[in-house]
Design a binder for this molecule. Structure first.
Ligand SMILES: *[C@@H]1O[C@H](CO)[C@@H](O)[C@H](O)[C@H]1NC(C)=O
Ligand SMILES: *[C@@H]1O[C@H](CO)[C@@H](O)[C@H](O)[C@H]1NC(C)=O
Length: 430
């Protein structure tokens, strides 16, 4: 009897242990199911048709807009070689303007262009600029799908991008972009803005910049024009995606033109610099000048084409401290000289870029030269600037650079000849 009592005691302990183990298992399976549900929820929130949540109707309308814009098949560029999806995604800023609601009026938009491999720069560019941007992306082959999915994810997860960035997509005319409906490959695991940017960085590290290394030409001037025509701002600043303007440029510029209405034939030059890769980008002119004096910052393209920026007159600009502390203003006004290719804020009416120029060489200078012939003058701003991330050095460029440059030199000669007939009454030439 004593024995059987002991036995039943063991039984009870065993059963209790079993129950605990079962509960544990049940709990674990519940947890993993719950996690899976969360993942699925994220995914269906992104791409499923019928979100239960009313709060997402706005996001659904963005999705519908994108679906529609893709279903149109875009438009060919004038050469017929490229397919352009304009306003694939509209920012809240642009959408509100279209509705004519009491949004801010659009005075100055930053326009830029990039391959999908360099799109990760957008994160810091948006942070620095904090105002409307118009971004033209070139993708081809497999990347068309990736670009479409990631652009959508960016505008879905990143509030600042949602608020400010209009996206345009350009691919080869034989290619189509489509809505990333069931594209789990590219979209699974994305759950917030940071995860989208880290996906972009992983992509950059994994793939070479085909547009430069491959046999597909990067249509930089077409992209610049697409970004420019994608905004209704009265003024545009066109820069490359791996550059950044000085902080507060947008409000300072608006204050300046309110105080000092610009002439119609005036553009505002931002002296261009490049900074050693590891360095943090300077925010203000005093910060920039400090780095300049110790050689951590230097004129843009100083090693490869010093003459291309020298007309900006860096020594005059750097040493002109007198008005740096005051409100933004014009420091001095210059006439264009060959081969100056300044970055500038200009009225939306400045001539477009010639889309025949692709890849390396003469793509911006041809436009600066046209500005000159068309009668524009170049006013250099007192304390605003742009900085390029990294020193441009000989040897980092792709093998075909010199060949492209030679090809574009011929285009440039023809371009200059054509300007003579386009501006018959102008006594300027370049
Ligand atoms: C690039 O080269 C590959 C392989 O030679 C070829 O299949 C492809 O059609 C080329 N693309 C273009 C746009 O010429
Ligand atoms: C730059 O400006 C200074 C001061 O006005 C002038 O003396 C100098 O000649 C200018 N340099 C160039 C390259 O224009």
């Amino acid at each position: 009897m004593h024995l059987s009592k002991k036995c039943s005691f063991f039984k009870v302990v065993l059963v209790a242990l079993l129950i605990v183990a079962l509960l544990q298992l049940f709990y674990l399976s519940f947890l993993s199911k719950f996690h899976g549900k969360q993942q699925r929820y994220r995914y269906s929130e992104l791409f499923g048709g019928t979100g239960k949540k009313n709060a997402h109707t706005e996001k659904n309308s963005r999705k519908e807009h994108m679906r529609y814009s893709l279903s149109t098949g875009g438009m060919f560029d004038s050469s017929g070689q490229y397919r352009v999806y304009r306003n694939l995604i509209k920012s809240d800023f642009t959408s509100n303007q279209a509705l004519g609601s009491e949004g801010r009026s659009n005075v100055l938009t930053l326009c830029t262009h990039t391959t999908i491999n360099n799109l990760y720069h957008l994160e810091s560019l948006v942070q620095r600029w904090q105002n409307p941007l118009s971004v033209a992306i070139f993708a081809h082959g497999q990347d068309v799908k990736f670009a479409t999915a990631l652009v959508y994810a960016l505008s879905f997860f990143c509030p600042q991008i949602q608020a400010l960035v209009d996206f345009h997509l350009v691919c080869l005319s034989g290619e189509y972009a489509s809505f990333p409906e069931h594209d789990r490959e590219h979209l699974s695991g994305l759950e917030d803005c940071a995860s989208v940017f880290s996906r972009l960085e992983t992509h950059r590290d994994k793939y070479k910049n085909y547009a430069i290394h491959g046999n597909v030409s990067y249509p930089n001037n077409l992209l610049r024009n697409v970004a420019r025509s994608g905004t209704e701002a009265s003024y545009v600043l066109v820069i490359d995606v791996d550059m950044a303007p000085s902080t507060d440029l947008h409000p300072q510029f608006l204050a300046m033109i309110a105080r000092r209405p610009p002439a119609g034939d005036e553009v505002f030059v931002l002296p261009a610099f490049e900074i050693r890769h590891v360095r943090k980008l300077p925010a203000s002119k005093p910060e920039l000048v400090q780095l300049y004096q110790v050689g951590e910052v230097r004129p843009f393209y100083e090693e490869l084409c010093p003459r291309c920026q020298a007309p900006t007159n860096y020594s005059q600009w750097v040493n002109n401290h007198a008005r740096d502390a005051g409100p933004l203003d014009v420091a001095y006004t210059l006439a264009w000289v060959d081969p100056w290719e300044p970055f500038y804020i200009g009225p939306s009416a400045v001539p477009l870029y010639d889309e025949a120029f692709k890849q390396y060489g003469f793509n911006r200078i041809s436009q600066a030269c046209e500005l000159h012939v068309a009668g524009y003058r170049f006013s250099v701003l007192t304390s605003a600037f742009v900085v390029h991330r990294g020193f441009k050095v000989q040897g980092e460029f792709h093998a075909k650079k010199d060949e492209e440059n030679k090809h574009n030199r011929v285009l440039f000669r023809n371009f200059k000849a054509a300007l003579k007939t386009k501006y018959l009454s102008s006594n300027r030439h370049c």
